[in-house]
Design a protein. Structure first.
Length: 129
């Protein structure tokens, strides 16, 4: 498991590694520990743009070999779709779009009427692909 490291510390470590550009290390971690997908929602809320962008890169890489594991992140992403900050909603929708399952897309549909036009556009793009 995580040898006494709290989830909060682990999330910070993952975010820091993403910021440093060590995506390949995070890919390996997610492949080995599938329960790390539950941290996706917290990671996408990180204030650092590079971390949020890195999450999309991470999911794209995982989609190549771990497509069946990606839906494990859905429960952690759903609450982010209701965040006040538009970029958080958009980033969560982007990850759900990469997951691409019917269940993931079902949640993106709620953003078609979002108060932010950019979030609406992200939702339209995801649902049209």
């Amino acid at each position: 498991m995580n040898d006494g490291i709290s989830n909060k510390e682990l999330i910070k470590t993952i975010a820091d590694f993403i910021e440093m550009g060590h995506i390949e290390n995070i890919v390996a971690m997610f492949k080995q520990e599938r329960h790390y997908y539950q941290f996706s929602g917290e990671l996408i809320k990180d204030e650092r743009f590079i971390v949020r962008m890195g999450m999309a890169v991470l999911f794209e890489q995982l989609a190549e070999t771990q497509k069946n594991d990606l839906p494990l992140a859905i429960p952690s992403l759903i609450p982010i779709l209701a965040e006040k900050t538009p970029y958080m909603r958009g980033d969560a929708a982007t990850l759900l779009g990469i997951i691409g399952t019917d269940e993931a897309k079902k949640h993106v549909r709620f953003l078609l009427n979002d108060s932010d036009p950019q979030v609406q556009e992200i939702a339209k793009d995801i649902l049209s692909s």
